[in-house]
Design a protein around this ligand. Sequence first.
Ligand SMILES: Cc1cc2nc3c(=O)[nH]c(=O)nc-3n(C[C@H](O)[C@H](O)[C@H](O)COP(=O)(O)OP(=O)(O)OC[C@H]3O[C@@H](n4cnc5c(N)ncnc54)[C@H](O)[C@@H]3O)c2cc1C
Length: 291
Amino acid sequence: MLGIESQVGSPKLEAHMVKVEVLDHGFVELIDVMGSDEEVENAARISYGKGTRKVSQTRNLIRYLMRHKHTSPFEMCEVKFHIKLPIFVMRQLVRHRTANLNEYSGRYSIMSDEFYLPDEDYLQPQSQDNKQGREEGELGNTISDIHFEINRINDGAWMAYDNMINWNVAKELARVVLPVSNYTEVIWKTDLHNFFHFVKLRSDKHSQREIRDYADAMYHLVFPHFPLCCEAFEHYVRNAVTFSEQEMDVIKELLEHADTKAGLAGCMADYEGWHLGKRETKEFLEKIGKE
Ligand SMILES: Cc1cc2nc3c(=O)[nH]c(=O)nc-3n(C[C@H](O)[C@H](O)[C@H](O)COP(=O)(O)OP(=O)(O)OC[C@H]3O[C@@H](n4cnc5c(N)ncnc54)[C@H](O)[C@@H]3O)c2cc1C
């Protein structure tokens, strides 16, 4: 259903891609980009000055900024999309208040006659342990019967809407019969920092699969423009977790009893395979109280 499914994870290969189909009638198109990895670095150098250039190359600086939540340099870059999406996904997208948007007007224009019909593998039963989600399992009826029910409403709603338009009912009123599966369009713009925040929330497995598809597609299009920022985002935000004070106590206790012959700090210093730089190793040891 999502046109890019097989490509997610290798976004570097798609450097010039600007549009991705999502769901049955939707799409995401990246229509404008302001900035680059270098622009983030340039913005940050206002705070750190030229003197740091030798030690911190672009990648290192961006990783430092991301790691320490020095977010304002990322706000200097912007991404703008044209998105076609069902109204129920739009309702989730619009909650991201830091974005600027302009939506198709159902008061001014005729609404789309396209409606979202969930594909077979999207139609799943209610999750037992997550009241907001779905999970693998048996449904109480066949896919074709469920599709019949959805289409029955969509077709009836469109017929009622079309009739009212023909009877000269104002468009802003005729639309009240349309379901949230109806497609709408929006121009949506945000800065890179808030875009990453959006992706972190909406690409997550706790988000509804339909908006996840949109968030994944948007990230896929943005990645080639900011490869270093995206790499840092994945390492320090998207694929990172935080530990509570109590969880940290458990970790410390376990490490205390671990068989660390030369001591953990020694191991860390000696072993390059952790892929932590000198500075990150020091920060890590500080975090777990082993400096
Ligand atoms: C899995 C999931 C389930 C959800 N379930 C529900 C639900 O059941 N019901 C529901 O209503 N919503 C739900 N939401 C929406 C959620 O509560 C947020 O409104 C939405 O994700 C936007 O997040 P945000 O406010 O961080 O983003 P943005 O609005 O883009 O804001 C970004 C950041 O800016 C700051 N900020 C922005 N505006 C303000 C402000 N006015 N005051 C203080 N700080 C501000 C905050 O730090 C915020 O994190 C859900 C979201 C997710 C991801």
